[in-house]
Design a protein around this ligand. Structure first.
Ligand SMILES: NC(=O)c1ccc[n+]([C@@H]2O[C@H](COP(=O)([O-])OP(=O)(O)OC[C@H]3O[C@@H](n4cnc5c(N)ncnc54)[C@H](OP(=O)(O)O)[C@@H]3O)[C@@H](O)[C@H]2O)c1
Length: 361
């Protein structure tokens, strides 16, 4: 039996458009393997929204967007200038997919869209970190199951509620795209004490550092990252370390059970790293990486994002170019290292699809 899932999409940039592509490419797999039929019932970008009676032909909307037109100008169903939150308030959908730009100060426009969707009983899948970084606790409380659940009572209930128990709000795409960092931390490191987490969590800065080692200038390397569609709309978020810090805050809240905010992270980006710094590190048998660290001392975690000169035998020293990686130091499951080589926005859209399937499968 096939179940129809109605989705509404906010943000049709690199990630949103990649998601529309996956709706076509993976249609058969979703139907045959998971019994799921995805239909698009609403969409919004900076020009407005589209929704109405019936479904939107997602392939046609993708062509419309690629031709340079806004969603608000979509024939028949377009509402020019309508804010995304208004579309979410009115659309008939089961799941909101949120892929608008990060705003670290207000979390908007994503935050209001998520609030409204959860209030209306919809599930939510995020690529945008902004709403989580600004309002993690509030959103988790809104998304928590309302029915009594054995995992949400008794000792440890609060910890479970911080992450895995909140089934309706999924955000595995927000931390390293397709690399299942949050899934590993929440689902697989069961009963572990995590003593240290080290990660290369931002592929734009990792690419820039690798390209500079290979003789490219900083500006040239940044332009290449932007052309791939992985740099943030505001590249300062990547270069100054804030994107990696956002991801560390999400790991802290969702995996480590610590209600950290950006204020708890000591952040220094790669803006002052020069080719000479990279060459000098190389001569010492080291490689410079932008490393996010959560380190536990006694019962407290310290959080930082800094450029660090790593010895060549450190697992993260070999994570280069478009790769990202994470090392978990645990008490009972050893030291685990995972990496991904992901180029372009498709893997992030694929992580949204993973969350979507996991909501219902
Ligand atoms: N790119 C990646 O590989 C990647 C990886 C992980 C997470 N993410 C996250 O995913 C999100 C999207 O990234 P992206 O690369 O797709 O960004 P993007 O290319 O800049 O696209 C952003 C989209 O949001 C729309 N938008 C802007 N302001 C809006 C508003 N006020 N209301 C509704 N829509 C609005 C834009 O509209 P217009 O089309 O009209 O400009 C555009 O369609 C970001 O939060 C990013 O941090 C991206």
């Amino acid at each position: 039996m096939t179940q129809t899932m109605r989705v509404a999409l906010v943000g049709l940039g690199n990630v949103g458009r990649a998601f529309l592509e996956l709706m076509t490419i993976k249609r058969r797999v979703l139907r045959e393997r998971y019994g799921l039929e995805l239909v698009l019932t609403g969409a919004a970008d900076s020009s407005g929204a589209a929704f109405g009676a019936g479904h939107i032909d997602h392939a046609n909307l993708l062509r419309h967007k690629r031709a340079g037109h806004g969603v608000g100008q979509y024939p028949r169903l377009g509402h020019r200038g309508m804010p995304a939150a208004e579309m979410v308030r009115q659309v008939e959908a089961d799941v909101l997919l949120e892929a608008s730009p990060v705003n670290l100060r207000t979390g908007q426009p994503g935050l209001d869209c998520v609030r409204i969707a959860l209030q209306r009983g919809m599930s939510v899948v995020l690529a945008n970190k902004g709403p989580l970084v600004v309002a993690y606790r509030e959103l988790m409380d809104m998304a928590a199951p309302t029915l009594p659940s054995p995992v949400l009572t008794g000792n440890g209930g609060g910890w479970l509620k911080a992450g895995w128990g909140s089934q309706r709000l999924r955000f595995s795409a927000t931390v390293c795209g397709a690399l299942p960092v949050l899934n590993m931390g929440q689902r697989d490191l069961v009963a572990c004490d995590i003593q240290r987490v080290e990660g290369i969590l931002n592929s734009t800065t990792n690419y820039i550092l690798s390209a500079m080692e290979a003789g490219h200038s900083f500006d040239q390397a940044l332009r290449e990252a932007q052309a791939e569609g992985v740099a943030e709309a505001d590249p300062a978020l990547d270069i100054q370390g804030w994107d990696a810090a956002n991801k560390l805050v999400i790991i802290a809240n969702a995996v480590l059970g610590v209600p950290a905010t950006l204020k708890d992270v000591d952040v220094l980006g790669i803006q002052d790293i020069t080719p000479d710094d990279l060459a000098a590190a190389r001569a010492r048998g080291q490689r410079v990486k932008l490393v996010a660290v959560a380190h536990r001392q006694n019962d407290t975690y310290r959080f930082s994002v800094h450029p660090a000169a790593l010895p060549l035998d450190h697992p993260l020293a070999s994570v280069s170019g478009w790769e990202m990686g994470i090392v978990w130091h645990t008490d009972i499951m050893g030291v685990q290292f995972a990496r991904v080589d992901e180029r372009g926005p498709i893997p992030t859209a694929a992580a949204m699809l993973r969350d979507l399937v996991n909501l219902y499968a």
